[in-house]
Design a protein around this ligand. Sequence first.
Ligand SMILES: Cc1ncc(COP(=O)(O)O)c(C=O)c1O
Length: 389
Amino acid sequence: MKPLAQRMQRSSTQYFAQLSAKIAQLQSTGKQIIRLDIGSPDMPPAPHIVEALTKGASAPDRHGYQTHSGPAALLKAWAGLYSRAHGVALDPQTEIVPLLGSKEGIFHLSQAFLDPGDVALIPDPGYVTYAAGATFAGAEPYFMPLLPQNGWLPNLSTIPLDIVRRAKLLWLNYPNNPTAAVAPREFLAAAVAYAHQHDLLLCHDAAYSQVSFDGYRPASILEIPRAKEVAIEFNSLSKAYNMAGWRVGAAVGNAFALKALFTLKTNLDSGHFLPIHEAAITAMTGDQEWVWERNEVYRQRRDIILDGLRALGLNPETPQASLYVWSPIPEGTTSSEFTNHLLESCSVSLTPGSIFGQHGEGYVRIALSSPTEEIMEAMRRIKQVINVK
Ligand SMILES: Cc1ncc(COP(=O)(O)O)c(C=O)c1O
């Protein structure tokens, strides 16, 4: 066999694909693993959403190819969501591109914008697809440290000028994965100003914008004046409506960038399954009350985890949003040694901070997306094998 394309040599199997194989192997030996590693909602979408899918799937005329932009009602539903949640007006024709999950769009945007020699500014720790997309395009990721003393926000003024000159994309993600940090409005405004100043496309990933607690409501980057001139936002129904497996997302905002992404996608995919889009419309336009009730379940789980960790002498911050608790680990170990130890000694799987970048070392990410009973049991097990104090 001849060698693979060079870009494949810059690519590796993602951590969770490897972890799932390891966990399957442990389960085959009878271990009852509790997975608090991946952020995949355990609860189903509300019944009216599932009904919309089954109704559509039962109809004989819903099974062909769709257009890439999906039904007009889908674009209208996304526009409605942005108007309701953020007071942002979107033109459905030019300012919304439906995605097969936001990960797809995040990866492909880099293919539309980056050439070898270009730079993408990427948070560290951060969601790994930003760097994967840049690297696959042959471009250079420049990692912006997110540090606890800066509230896990990048310090844009420290990025060297020669890097900024070569940079085309600036990735931000709030509420943040993995740190669960949220961004004050002033920071978002400063980031928009920075993108204007340096002619960057600001890509804001808002995958967790509908998972928040204690009355906190995450802002969209598009709420900032003149953001649309320089920014797009990635959004998703995966966490917002417990629809991770359904693969429904959107990119919204700057029309020039979205046209490029749309053009690329017309060469790649053939739209989505219409009944899934019909159910997505139902999710976004139907009853929203259940979303807040669901968030209340996550808040209770968050508090169980925080209480458990604090009783161990660890001191995580209280997240106001996202699906995660980001916790410091005991001294004298690395994050992957710590998660391996927990997996092997008490069958609890957490995510080591180091997989999100070098500045994630010293932390673990704990997902709120497993049943409350399992989370309680996981905290009991961890308490038995960890002695921090
Ligand atoms: C920060 C962030 N962005 C994007 C995604 C991708 O979500 P999806 O492709 O399901 O829309 C995830 C998934 O975990 C995420 O954590």
